[in-house]
Design a protein around this ligand. Structure first.
Ligand code: DGY
Length: 322
């Protein structure tokens, strides 16, 4: 009689979203990451690792999970995974590019517009007892059309933000490690490459669309904020740690920049008593860049495809390269 094929064991930060659970049901046995993490507990055996809510994965953890053949991440950003540690152990890492860039760019524009036109403040006011009469003099915002958007990071998301901003009659400056001539050609004459300092000095809105790397960590801090116009708005749809949070809070409190719209923060979430949470000129969302039902579904599918391919010992559909 043939032996039953063992179901692969996959360590994951739980609870997982219901769609992912559905895609994994019957195909893998999920082991909670929390049961593996405590220092000093016995190493466990598992075939794969699935990261859902950005848990930190480093060599010390990997050494305590024996037999891992693949790390599959739900999402495109893998700054929470020490890629060098995975590589040193011969473990491929997969992510989910190609399914979330437009959705994230949509949120970037939504934040820009919400901040410029004071949508969140307006919503609060319209619901409050203070709203008793229309007054053409209240809640004046900042114009969007005709203004300059500086995009830092011209990858798949940055390029989509640029296209949307140009549709809103904005001019785009961008800064990127490498010039993106094909994006410039497609969006000419409304886009131009700029050095970082130049972009910061000339932009009315600055949007961060870059991955978090050693190079971009703390990129927006005391010195770079000082280059921005006092009327400028900073929008972050990248990772919180691209910005020095305390420097940003000081710049906003001192009126050295006008406003900020943040989908990501460092730390995330911010302490509940953090000054940034008290400022009316700050719009803040809880890391919603790719949060639509359709996009989350596609992210689940791609991440599970990566996981299953790795468990079978096959190349990943979307391997992360360093
Ligand atoms: C991403 O794709 O990196 C988003 O932050 C969701 O994880």
């Amino acid at each position: 009689m043939s032996q039953p094929v063992p179901v692969p064991r996959v360590v994951a930060d739980t609870p997982l979203d219901a769609t992912i659970e559905g895609l994994l049901r019957g195909r893998v046995e999920v082991v909670a990451l929390d049961s593996v993490r405590p220092e000093g507990s016995a190493p466990v055996e598992a075939d794969g690792l699935y990261t859902y809510g950005h848990p930190t994965i480093d060599g010390a953890l990997l050494d305590r999970i024996k037999g891992v053949k693949v790390i599959s991440n739900y999402g495109v950003g893998v700054d929470h995974i020490r890629l060098a540690d995975a590589e040193a152990r011969g473990i491929p890492v997969g992510n989910t590019p190609g399914v979330l860039e437009s959705t994230t760019a949509d949120l970037g524009l939504a934040l820009l517009l919400a901040s410029a036109r004071r949508i969140v403040e307006g919503d609060r006011y319209a619901r409050s007892p203070e709203f008793v009469r229309y007054d053409p003099g209240y809640m004046l915002g900042r114009e969007v059309h005709g203004k300059t958007l500086g995009i830092i990071g011209m990858g798949q998301i940055g390029a989509r933000v640029a296209r949307r901003a140009i549709a809103f009659e904005m001019t785009v400056l961008y800064h990127n490690r490498h010039r993106r001539k094909e994006v410039e050609a497609a969006l000419a004459p409304s886009i131009a490459h700029a050095g970082l300092d130049d972009l910061l000095a000339r932009s009315d809105y600055v949007m961060l669309c870059t991955p978090l790397t050693d190079e971009t960590r703390g990129l927006i801090g005391e010195q770079t904020l000082a280059l921005m116009k006092p009327s400028a708005t900073l929008i972050n749809i990248a990772r919180g740690a691209v910005v020095d949070t305390e420097a940003l809070a000081r710049a906003l409190l001192d009126g050295r920049i006008a406003a900020a719209a943040l989908d990501v923060t460092d730390p995330e979430p911010l302490p509940r008593d953090h000054p940034l949470l008290t400022l009316p000129q700050v719009v803040i969302t809880p890391h919603l860049g790719s949060a639509t039902a359709e996009t989350r579904r596609r992210m689940a599918e791609v991440s599970v495809e990566n996981l299953m391919a790795g468990l079978r010992g096959e190349p990943l559909v979307h391997p992360v390269t360093r």
